[in-house]
Write a protein that binds this ligand. Structure first.
Ligand code: TYD
Length: 148
C-alpha cells in the first residue's frame, strides 16, 4: 500500500440466520476523531469521482454495499484498491490523490472524515498536487532510503 494509506479490517458479528453487524469504534476501528460522515450512491458505472487530494483531512472509505475501485497516488506511488466487502475500510491520510471509479449499480460508499467540510483543504489541480506532494513526501521517502 502507498504511503499515508492503509487497509483496515473490521469485526463482523452475526450469522446467516440473523444477518450481520459491524461495529466501528471511533479511535479504535476508525483511527481519528470523526467530525463528518457522508455517503455516495447511485453513481453511473462510467462516472469517475474524486480527482483531488486534501492537505489536512483524513478519511476512511467503506463500501457498505456493492463495489468500487479507488486509485490512490502520491507523486511517486500508485495503487488501485477494490472495495467489495463492508468489513474492510480504506484509510486515506492527508496529501494523497484519490479517484473513485467503476461503481457497481448498487454501490454505497460510506465515508468517515476527520474534519468538517472545508473547501480550502482541497487540492484539485493535479500539477499543484504534484508540487505540494513532492515537498510533503520528499522527507518520508528519503527516510525510507536511509533505512534500507
Ligand atoms: P466532492 O468532494 O468533490 O465529491 P467527490 O470527491 O466524491 O467527487 O464533493 C461533491 C460536492 O459536494 C461539492 O459541491 C462539495 C459538496 N460536499 C459538501 O457540501 N460536503 C461534503 O462533506 C462533501 C464531501 C462534499
Amino acid at each position: 500500500m502507498i504511503k499515508n494509506c492503509k487497509l483496515l479490517s473490521f469485526r463482523e458479528l452475526g450469522n446467516a440466520e440473523l444477518g450481520y453487524l459491524t461495529p466501528l469504534e471511533i479511535g479504535e476501528d476508525i483511527p481519528f476523531a470523526v467530525n463528518r460522515i457522508y455517503y455516495i450512491s447511485d453513481v453511473p458505472f462510467t462516472a469517475c469521482r474524486g480527482f483531488h487530494s486534501h492537505r489536512k483531512l483524513e478519511q476512511v472509505l467503506i463500501c457498505v454495499k456493492g463495489n468500487v475501485k479507488i486509485r490512490i497516488k502520491t507523486y511517486l506511488e500508485e495503487d488501485i484498491v477494490e472495495l467489495n466487502n463492508s468489513n474492510y475500510g480504506l484509510y486515506i491520510g492527508n496529501m494523497v490523490w484519490r479517484e473513485m471509479f467503476d461503481f457497481s449499480e448498487d454501490a454505497v460508499l460510506l465515508v468517515f472524515a476527520s474534519e468538517h467540510y472545508d473547501e480550502s483543504d482541497y487540492i484539485k489541480d493535479y500539477n499543484i498536487y504534484l508540487e505540494e506532494s513532492k515537498e510533503y513526501f520528499k522527507i518520508v521517502y528519503e527516510n525510507d532510503e536511509r533505512e534500507v
